[in-house]
Design a protein around this ligand. Structure first.
Ligand code: FE
Ligand code: FE
Ligand code: FE
Length: 178
């Protein structure tokens, strides 16, 4: 149990580190399962971002003089298990893509909560550099969430609604002619 505020921040950072490293394992499978090219791309791009986010946590830990090892983030285990279930239970296509966006946004929201509160705590503890690193990642998670909303609205949900493949040009032409 955390004895003081700095220890608490360290423990929460460790949980977030576990969450991010789990995502590095899961995101390639998400990209693989996505059929909408822009969604596949979004997952691939966020994988690269996530690798940098892990590095930021390592830098922040170094600044604090702590180690990032310990318990796994159980919330992320659950969120990833749900995402895998979605992939297993749906055939490839816009319905699966629409469901995967929901799963991915739940992940981003967990991360936004984690980084948002960590950033606030680091500021309160006077750890300006740590707060800056966490703030950079927080902005990326918010941005990813927003991109997923836009992708759902502009492309994936309408395709799921039409019951057509979002990446099938023939189907799209028919859709726009209707
Ligand atoms: Fe992340
Ligand atoms: Fe957690
Ligand atoms: Fe993320």
């Amino acid at each position: 149990m955390a004895a003081d505020f700095k220890t608490l921040i360290g423990e929460l950072m460790q949980d977030t580190y576990s969450a991010e490293t789990q995502l590095i394992e899961a995101l390639p499978e998400m990209a693989e399962a996505a059929s909408t090219p822009r969604l596949k791309q979004a997952f691939e791009m966020h994988l690269q971002q996530t690798e940098r986010q892990v590095e930021r946590l390592e830098r922040a830990a170094k600044l604090m003089g702590i180690e990032l090892d310990g318990e796994d983030c159980e919330a992320m285990e659950g969120l990833i298990a749900e995402a895998e279930e979605i992939v297993d239970e749906h055939d490839e296509g816009p319905i699966r893509d629409a469901a995967m966006i929901v799963a991915a946004q739940k992940v981003e929201h967990y991360e936004i909560a984690a980084y948002g509160s960590l950033c606030t705590m680091a500021k309160a503890a006077g750890m300006t550099e740590v707060a800056e690193l966490l703030g950079q990642t927080l902005a990326e998670e918010k941005d990813t969430d927003e991109q997923l909303t836009q992708l759902a609205e502009s492309e994936v949900n309408p395709a799921a609604m039409r019951g057509m493949a979002a990446n099938d040009p023939a189907a799209r032409r028919k859709g726009s002619a209707a």
